[in-house]
Design a protein around this ligand. Structure first.
Ligand code: FRU
Length: 600
């Protein structure tokens, strides 16, 4: 009997201990208010994530995260005050068994975030957006702007991007990272560069250091970015695992200035002078620096005064040497993104053609000539991949506009990139222009269910292409050939049964083409969104080709093999399921091909 009793008490003690140790290892969260909108969140036995509730209309709260009494970093989150739009994860699993404290300022103690902060071992990234693009790159969650540091190596294209992992609006700039073998299917990777004591990580570029000029190893990937706090300066980081992880150079910054706007380093190899060149956006100019070891930089010259458009700040430069089609000539092209000041308001990409001798860029056009790379409202921060194969010059743009990028009607993520494009040069009326062609890899996405029609005679009465709507899920490509005899205008309209429509109008009298999104769908989110964008036809012939890429919330148009292009966002209430054509003032015909796109 005694024995039995002692066995029972030993068992119950064991049970108690097991239970206690179970409790001890369970993650625990406690919140203490310090008054004055300042609270401490203390975590014992970290789970993988702490999930922070966000309300986009709330003001930003400042969060310092402290591990074992040391500040590890800080970031801002729009902590929910009276409703929750979504959660953002902060990874804390690596601090398991250490004491973690979030010191959170500028949030009232009555805000609902306090009772909704959660610890979790998972964060659900499954898509919740009906208008998430299928074949355009977009982050899984959070905010994205400019493409950064793009390079190609060993069959893989790397894309970094301005990224806020703590909300779907601009802030807390990191470099997000993804890679692809075909420029279309992207694999998401962990963040590549995080803010540090020198500042947030603004835009920049990467090079493959194949001759080990910087001393970080043969074929090291060297990243250049702007460290941005109240001042802007250039820093570098290097990767010896093909861009998967980076170490910051311990003598950062490498280039400084007293200018306020001084950012977005683009580094290229200049074969003729056997030097590295860094181009920097400096207010309304571009500055050129040279180097032999990627660490010490010498100022060479500036370009810009009086040239092109100056209605905004110059940002995100690129410098490329391209052949001119049909000639033995080459030109240097200086890409110069500008915001605001774009032809339709807000952001756009202008460029200059001319010569660069390793020291100075000399523009070949008259000072008042403005060349736009794309004639839509949503094409910005265009830069090229470094080290692209087979002489390719492949670029991507951020597909949005600073006028409204922060409020477009998606919330799980904000912004996608344009389709990648190969650029080249052509001559037209004595000037040299950029041609942008969707990359050939896109053709592999066309499905078998192609639909087409032979040339149709057009008239003033709209004619609907009846078989178009059958397979349409808002993810497709269209290819038109238009032959004009003596019509003044031709209009192609895409529409849906909810009354949303977009249309292209070719005006053969003024030799202009326009795209109208003033009835495209949801536009209430910003007064600058409804727009008609237009551009010159750049063509002498009366036969013209139009390729259109539609991907849920974007429409990219390419005329005559990319002699002009136009990138515009749209937010239709359902996919556009009808196409109709009309011609005014004379005769014309149109033929069409429709390819649903399949990402599998
Ligand atoms: C362009 C830009 C860059 C800057 C980055 C910050 O869109 O303003 O000049 O580096 O965005 O996110």
């Amino acid at each position: 009997m005694r024995n039995k009793k002692s066995i029972i008490s030993i068992l119950s003690l064991a049970f108690l201990f097991a239970n206690l140790s179970l409790q001890a290892s369970e993650p625990k969260l406690s919140i203490r208010s310090l008054g004055d909108s300042h609270s401490l969140v203390q975590i014992e036995n970290a789970s993988k994530y702490i999930l922070l509730p966000v309300q986009e209309s709330a003001k930003e709260a400042r969060i310092y995260y402290v591990v074992n009494n040391d500040v590890k970093g800080n970031f801002n989150v729009r902590m929910a005050v009276d409703s929750i739009d979504y959660y953002v994860p902060m990874e804390i699993g690596m601090y398991n068994n250490q004491s973690i404290t979030l010191s959170i300022q500028w949030v009232d103690e009555k805000a609902i975030c306090w009772e909704n902060i959660q610890l979790s071992d998972t964060f659900d990234t499954a898509n919740r957006e009906t208008l998430r693009p299928a074949y355009h790159f977009a982050p899984q969650y959070g905010w994205m702007n400019d493409p950064n540091g793009m390079f190609y190596k060993d069959g893989v294209w790397h894309l970094y991007y301005q990224y806020n992992p703590y909300g779907s609006m601009w802030g807390n700039m990191h470099w997000g990272h993804a890679s692809s073998k075909d420029l279309i299917h992207w694999e998401h990777h962990p963040v590549a560069l995080q803010p540090d004591a020198l500042g947030a990580i603004f835009s920049g570029s990467c090079v493959v250091d194949s001759n080990n000029t910087a001393g970080f190893g043969k074929n090291a990937i060297i990243a250049f970015y702007t460290s941005a706090s109240d001042r802007q300066m250039q820093s570098m980081a290097y990767s010896t695992d093909n861009g998967m992880t980076f170490k910051k150079y311990n003598a950062n910054p490498i280039v400084t200035s007293s200018l306020r706007d001084f950012r977005d380093p683009k580094v290229i190899w200049h074969e003729e002078s056997k030097k590295w060149i860094m181009v920097l956006a400096a207010g309304q100019e571009m500055q050129f620096y040279s180097s032999t070891d990627l660490k010490e930089w010498t100022y060479e010259s500036s370009f810009g005064q009086g040239h092109g458009c100056h209605d905004g700040v110059w940002e995100c430069p690129d410098l490329l040497k391209l052949p001119v089609e049909g000639t033995n000539e080459h030109r240097w092209v200086l890409l110069c993104n500008i915001n605001p000041g774009g032809p339709f308001g807000g952001s756009a990409t202008q460029y200059f053609t001319g010569n660069f001798d390793g020291k100075q860029f000399v523009c070949e056009s008259d000072k008042d000539v403005v060349k736009w790379m794309d004639f839509g409202k949503d094409h910005y921060a265009t830069v090229s991949f470094s080290n692209a194969p087979s002489g390719r010059h492949t670029v991507m743009a951020w597909m949005s506009n600073w006028q409204y990028a922060n409020v477009v009607p998606t919330t799980q993520f904000r912004s996608a990139n344009s389709v990648p494009r190969d650029i080249s040069l052509f001559k037209h009326n004595g000037e040299v222009y950029l041609r942008s062609c969707p990359v050939k890899e896109l053709n592999a996405l066309r499905t078998e269910i192609k639909r087409s029609h032979q040339p149709l005679r057009l008239s003033a009465k709209p004619h609907e292409w009846k078989t178009f709507n059958k397979y349409n899920d808002g993810i497709y490509e269209l290819d038109f050939v238009i032959k004009n005899q003596d019509a003044e205008t031709i209009t192609i309209t895409l529409s849906n049964d909810k009354g949303d429509s977009i249309c292209w109008t070719y005006d053969f009298v003024s030799q202009m083409v326009s795209f109208d999104r003033t009835k495209s769908g949801n536009m209430d989110f910003h007064p600058d969104f409804p727009a008609i964008t237009s551009c010159p036809l750049f063509s002498e012939s009366n036969e013209t080709r139009l390729r259109i890429y539609v991907d849920k919330c974007s429409v990219e148009s390419f005329g005559d093999g990319g002699r002009w292009c136009m990138t515009n966002l749209v937010f239709p209430s359902e996919p556009y399921t009808h196409i109709s054509y009309e011609a005014q003032g004379g005769k014309a015909s149109i033929s069409a091909e429709y390819y649903p796109i399949n990402m599998k």
